[in-house]
Design a protein around this ligand. Structure first.
Ligand code: ADP
Ligand code: ZN
Ligand code: ZN
Length: 810
């Protein structure tokens, strides 16, 4: 009897497809299959199996092949994927493809074989001698799919099709396998019950080495571990195996992605009052195996990590699993250290710092139930945990939880969804909860848990706000360091305490202007100015990476009088060195830490007291715990307030509170100096007073007056393309098309207008913002837009993206 399979194909198709299967294997949801689609064969994901033919009279094709022995995701993820595809207006198959670790997907490609006729006829001469692919074809009599793929996209396709017609070549469809496979290693172990007499010296030595490395739960060890220690071991192992004293076997091994970890703190014997109260609510909820969302509002240094660890312990004891989300790799390293010290090899990590192979291995460990605690950034929300008993979202307010391209999802929101589908509690933790989450708690949607005191009742740091406009100018501009900040740094150095300077912009100068003609050096691909980096003597675009040599002359008028305006962390570091030549200064931003190892190294230097002053971007504001850090200086607190984004005030408050929270976490009291041009702005004053409540009510009433979230809901429709006119035309055309339905559904349309960043990576950008009181009315308009795309979008000349609950308005 044949079966009918519901399959999501990894392609931009908005619905699932039905295929048939007549084979004898028992199929399970979560398997990957190869299915025919038009002329190609693609990976599909098996979602449902039925014996009944679905309604409708259309031919049903059979699947081509089954790619997996066992499912690559648990069946309980399917409803999760379906919800995501609907809510974020994204093809289901591509949701699943993106959720799985890279390197798993198969696809079909073309291989070219030279026929005997072709061998005689195709003889490269003259100009053709320069075509590398042609020479390869003649030499090897075939071309691999990779090469053919490239040729196929170019002008040569016509030639190839002609040759095929003339019988000079044959073009075959072939399957290109997954690029990642489990890694294996040769291991050796002693054959049981074999005694060894008359061994050679080298054999005896090798055998001793081997037995010394074995233990009760390690019956074999990697061959490498022995050959590494003794150069004669390779040969000796072979002869020992020949004598049947030892045996070889091939074992699957996991690539270790952990490397060096920051150290963990010890398990405290006594919990603080706040921790006890929070856990008194959380632990019963974990035991009840029911969905329950908590918002853990714990000030900086209140010991939230310990609450997470105890919660995790309880979930594990019940045989369930735990998902811990952190906003970025930087923080993953910290939390990973803590979790690893408690739960050891039960921990797996998933983040963008892993290689493809490492990611694949971590995935397998989770899928097979060997790893039961998963720590990861945004994409870890897709971790294939079978039975989560607790989901934790640390620093839940962090913008990094929002994915800003392809599938534009908010991982924090998905954590709530996943917890509700899996019947488990979820903890959103933060010292500065997002406005939306705090509002949800106020509405009773989340249970609010407060931790208002730091561990050991340590006080929050004192904050001084310095009005930069009142400072004596240097070269006509406000100074980088106010006299107050310089004095505080000097004192702190004298007392051998550590300081931290925060500025949320990297580079040396963010604007390079010609003093004669006023030309601003801009990126070739983006409508933004280039940032000057001194150390690499380069002007770099922070959006697309476009780089040119530092200009010594103006590219416009050839004048040599170039002005470097503005400042970034690199300039802060350089000026600081001039002021304090004796101080040991470190810098933490994306320029100094491209790899996780760099990051861990700098943090280690800070922890070990080898850095006096740490300069950095928002990377330094998060999570870190340095007991000796007593002074925090904020170079330019209002830097983000000018952003054309309704969340600018919220972001500023969060950043200032978080960075201030790094001061005075040890025994010595902390101090914060905030430099700003807007000393009276509520985001700055409330952060200075450590007054979340006041900030919340001010910001909330502002949002209410504009009907922005958490009151109104938003969907942003974005257009982009190389041709400015067509992009604009698309936006205007869609506006006309949805005007009527929007009016009926009470959705207001803001725009269309060029995005604040009007051109990025050679793409012109327009947007049309939908605002309404319910998300469903917005979805209706979005679906209508998708189904009635403007002409240039239909023609593939302009791309249309739907961004649900947008966070980045730039
Ligand atoms: P935050 O709430 O800012 O995330 P952390 O979880 O980093 O705070 O905790 C701050 C510090 O307090 C850590 O060094 C941790 O070891 C310590 N700590 C947490 N709980 C306790 C406790 N019950 N007793 C003593 N020290 C604790
Ligand atoms: Zn650029
Ligand atoms: Zn000029």
């Amino acid at each position: 009897m044949g079966l009918f399979l519901e399959i999501a194909v990894a392609a931009p198709i908005n619905h699932t497809l039905t295929y048939s299967y007549d084979g004898r294997r028992r199929l399970q949801p979560g398997l990957r299959l190869l299915v025919p689609l038009g002329p190609r064969r693609l990976t599909g994901y098996l979602l449902d199996i039925s014996e009944k033919k679905p309604q409708g009279d259309y031919p049903i094709k059979a699947i081509t092949d089954i790619l997996d022995q066992t499912p690559v995701f648990p069946a309980n993820m399917i409803s999760f994927y379906r919800w995501i595809a609907d809510y974020y207006h994204y093809p289901l198959g591509e949701v699943i493809k993106g959720a799985l670790p890279g390197g798993l997907a198969c696809r079909s490609g073309r291989e070219i074989l030279l026929t005997t006729r072709g061998e005689k006829k195709i003889i490269p001469s003259g100009e053709d001698q320069k075509k590398k692919w042609l020479l390869t074809l003649c030499r090897n009599k075939k071309l691999p799919p990779r090469t053919v793929g490239k040729l196929w996209r170019g002008r040569n396709r016509r030639i190839l099709l002609k040759w095929q017609e003339q019988g000079l070549i044959t073009i075959n469809e072939v399957i290109i396998g997954p690029t990642c496979k489990a890694k294996t290693e040769i291991c050796v172990g002693p054959v049981e019950g074999k005694t060894a007499d008359n061994l050679k010296k080298s054999e005896q030595k090798t055998l001793n080495l081997l037995t010394g490395l074995l233990s009760d739960d390690r019956k074999t060890i990697p061959r490498r571990d022995i050959t590494r220690r003794y150069s004669g071991a390779g040969k000796a192992l072979k002869s020992l195996a020949a004598k049947k004293i030892i045996f070889f076997e091939e074992k699957e091994v996991y690539r270790d992605p952990f490397g060096e970890r920051p150290p963990a703190f010890a398990e405290p014997n006594v919990l603080s009052c706040g921790q006890k109260k929070a856990l008194a609510e959380i632990l019963p909820a974990i035991k009840a195996k029911k969905f329950k969302p908590f918002l853990l509002h714990g000030i900086t240094g209140s010991g939230k990590t310990e609450v997470y660890l105890r919660g995790a312990q309880t979930a594990l004891k019940m045989g369930r699993t735990v998902l811990v989300m952190v906003p970025e790799i930087a923080l993953a390293a910290q939390i990973e250290g803590h979790f690893f010290s408690r739960f050891g090899s039960l921990v797996a990590v998933l983040h963008s710092g892993l290689s493809k192979g490492e990611r694949f291995d971590q995935w397998q460990r989770i899928l097979r139930g060997r790893a039961r605690v998963v720590i990861g950034a945004r994409s870890a929300i897709f971790a294939p945990l079978a039975d989560p008993g607790l989901i934790i979202v640390d620093e839940e307010h962090d913008p990094a939880y929002k994915q800003e391209d392809l599938l534009r999802y908010q991982a924090r929101d998905l954590a709530i969804l996943r917890a509700s589908q899996q019947h488990c509690p979820v903890i959103l933790g933060s010292a500065t909860p997002s406005l939306v989450s705090y509002h949800n708690a106020g509405q009773g949607k989340y249970q609010l848990l407060n931790m208002k005191k730091r561990i050991h009742d340590r006080p929050l740091p004192k904050v001084e706000i310095i009005n930069l406009r009142k400072q004596p100018p240097v070269n006509g501009r406000p100074p980088l360091f106010s006299p107050q900040l310089i004095r505080a740094l000097t004192d702190n150095l004298k007392q051998h305490n550590q300081s931290m300077l925060f500025l949320n912009r990297r580079g040396f100068a963010n604007l390079v202007i010609c003093r004669d003609c006023g030309h601003v050096v801009q990126c070739r691909n983006c409508r933004v100015s280039l940032t000057m980096h001194k150390k690499t003597a380069a002007l770099i675009c922070h959006y697309c990476g476009y780089t040119i040599k530092s200009a010594v002359v103006c590219p416009n008028c050839r004048s040599g009088r170039i002005n470097e305006v503005g400042f970034g962390t690199e300039r802060v570091e350089i000026e600081l060195k001039k002021l304090f030549p004796q101080a040991r200064i470190g810098r933490l931003d994306r320029d100094t830490t491209t790899k996780r190892a760099d990051f861990i190294k700098i943090l280690k230097e800070v922890r070990e007291g080898r850095i006096d002053i740490l300069v950095g971007t928002q990377m330094i504001t998060k999570g870190h715990h340095f007991p000796n850090m007593t002074l925090v200086g904020i170079i330019w607190a209002d830097g983000g307030l000018g952003m054309p984004d309704f969340r600018a005030g919220e972001r500023t408050f969060q950043l200032l509170s978080q960075v201030s929270g790094r001061a005075g976490r040890g025994e010595k009291e902390g101090r914060v100096i905030v430099q700003t041009h807007q000393p009276d702005h509520y985001s700055i004053t409330t952060a200075g007073d450590h007054d979340y409540q006041e900030f919340f009510s001010r910001e909330l009433s502002l949002r209410a007056s504009l009907n922005f979230p958490p009151y109104g809901r938003l969907i942003n429709i974005k257009f982009s393309g190389k041709n400015e006119d067509l992009v604009k035309k698309s936006a205007l055309e869609l506006y006309e098309k949805i005007k009527e339905i929007s009016r009926v559904r009470k959705v207001s349309l803001l725009g269309p207008a060029p995005a604040p960043l009007a051109r990025i990576r050679r793409q012109y950008r327009w947007q049309l913002l939908l605002k309404g009181n319910t998300i469903n009315s917005l979805h209706e308009v979005a679906i209508f837009s998708r189904e009635h795309p403007p002409a240039p979008v239909r023609a593939g000349k302009v791309k249309l993206f739907i961004d649900v609950d947008p966070e980045n308005m730039l």
